[in-house]
Design a protein around this ligand. Structure first.
Ligand SMILES: *Cc1c(COP(=O)(O)O)cnc(C)c1O
Length: 227
């Protein structure tokens, strides 16, 4: 089933790109939170090499179980969930892309504990108070702060749009993220690049791609509903 699901998603990604005449690549991240190591192996066998986990503990135990057999595969583990500062130490010596970077004290801790960190800046584009992420108006402030840490590379923007059926609301939030993504490219910080615009999940990835996403994070549509 996983193989068919991935093929279907790849097809939908192509369609969404073609609909807006895009020729650049869209990176698919297989979101493996709550999935077993056997399911992850299957996804990797289908060519998935960007994996996404939410919880540090769960990531570390899967990483340790799979690390040796994945040595040749160049798998990139993505940390997607809210990252507490006291969990950063467990990421030491593991290559990850931390997509949920969102605050100054986390920058301090990454600098202190890790020799290098690749991160995406999570921006709260929906403005919902329960969501993580910096407010759009605070993006420059946090990038100014991170500029003191050349060992932290900010490689783009991540956002989670509102859980809504309204295409109009979703488009507005994706568009806001894209504008921020384009804007940070004009800044001259040595450690900030606009490589990834990570937006779109099972429910909204085609729309996100039409609005400029070049990285989608998909769990349910690959593996089925989470329990
Ligand atoms: C769980 C999760 C996803 C995947 O969600 P699905 O709806 O299962 O595709 C993507 N991004 C983040 C940040 C998540 O927590």
């Amino acid at each position: 089933m996983i193989r068919e699901h991935i093929e279907q998603i790849q097809e939908n990604i192509q369609k969404a790109r073609q609909a807006v005449g895009r020729t650049d690549d869209v990176q698919l991240v297989a979101v493996t939170k709550t999935r077993t190591v056997a399911e992850i192996r299957e996804a990797i066998a289908c060519g998935m090499n960007f994996l996404g986990e939410n919880r540090v503990q769960e990531f570390v135990s899967k990483y340790e179980e799979l690390h040796e057999e994945l040595a040749e595969k160049q798998v990139v583990w993505n940390i997607l969930g809210h990252l507490q500062t006291n969990k950063v130490k467990y990421l030491k010596d593991k290559d990850t892309l931390i997509q949920s970077f969102d605050r100054e004290d986390l920058a301090d801790e990454l600098h202190k504990r890790l020799s290098h960190a690749d991160v995406l800046l999570q921006v709260n584009v929906s403005g919902e108070p329960q969501k993580s992420g910096v407010a759009p108006e605070d993006v420059e402030r946090i990038l100014d702060y991170v500029a003191q840490y050349p060992d932290i590379s900010v490689r783009g923007i991540m956002c989670i749009a509102e859980n809504t059926e309204s295409e109009r609301v979703l488009r507005r939030q994706f568009e806001l993220a894209r504008r921020i993504f384009e804007k940070i490219d004009t800044f001259s910080y040595g450690n900030v690049t606009s490589r990834y615009l990570s937006m779109g999940m099972s429910g909204d990835y085609q729309l996100a791609i039409k609005e400029g996403s070049n990285m989608v994070r998909i769990g349910t549509d690959i593996f089925g509903r989470r329990k």
